[in-house]
Design a protein around this ligand. Sequence first.
Ligand SMILES: [Ca+2]
Length: 203
Amino acid sequence: MGNSKSGALSKELLEDLKLNTKYSEAELSTWYNSFLKECPSGRISKEQFEGIYASFFPDADPTAYARHVFRSFDTNADGTLDFKEYIIALHLTSSGKTLRKLEWAFSLYDVDGNGTISKNEVEEIVRAIFNMIPTEDQKNLPEDENTPEKRADKIWNFFKKEENDKIAEGEFVQGVMDNKDILRLIQYDEPQKIKDKLKEKKQ
Ligand SMILES: [Ca+2]
């Protein structure tokens, strides 16, 4: 705010981000500089954020997913993220299953933000994930998860839910902690990685 528009990353913010993400000081500084170049105001808009995703997935359509990710980090819903929120977003959306990542995944799936996940919400996010997989690669997915509907069903069944049930945050986090398959199904993963993981399982 106010006169804090200096070119360098403040020491406090740098320490904070080093502590809360896996990124090094050098990486953070480099990203900060390119962030400021792209977003001189110090805030990234939803459209710019979607543009970054689009450049990562040239053969698919990541717009819906990027929109959901953005929504889950734009907590005051003003349509922008600052550098800190942006870096935390990059950190939490990378795969893994620390508690914070799973809590974030819950907020991604809780599309209307009412504190529980419905089956419709699972389908909406899974559909967005599917749009990031090139059509050619979708053909290589296992038979029982090669459409958004099948994949949502599979997740729903893992949680032993009836059609109109809801999943609460604690239950969601515990379920994903306890079951590698759920983790794989709820997050975006490159199709090749999915194949490798399934292979590992069979051996
Ligand atoms: Ca909800």
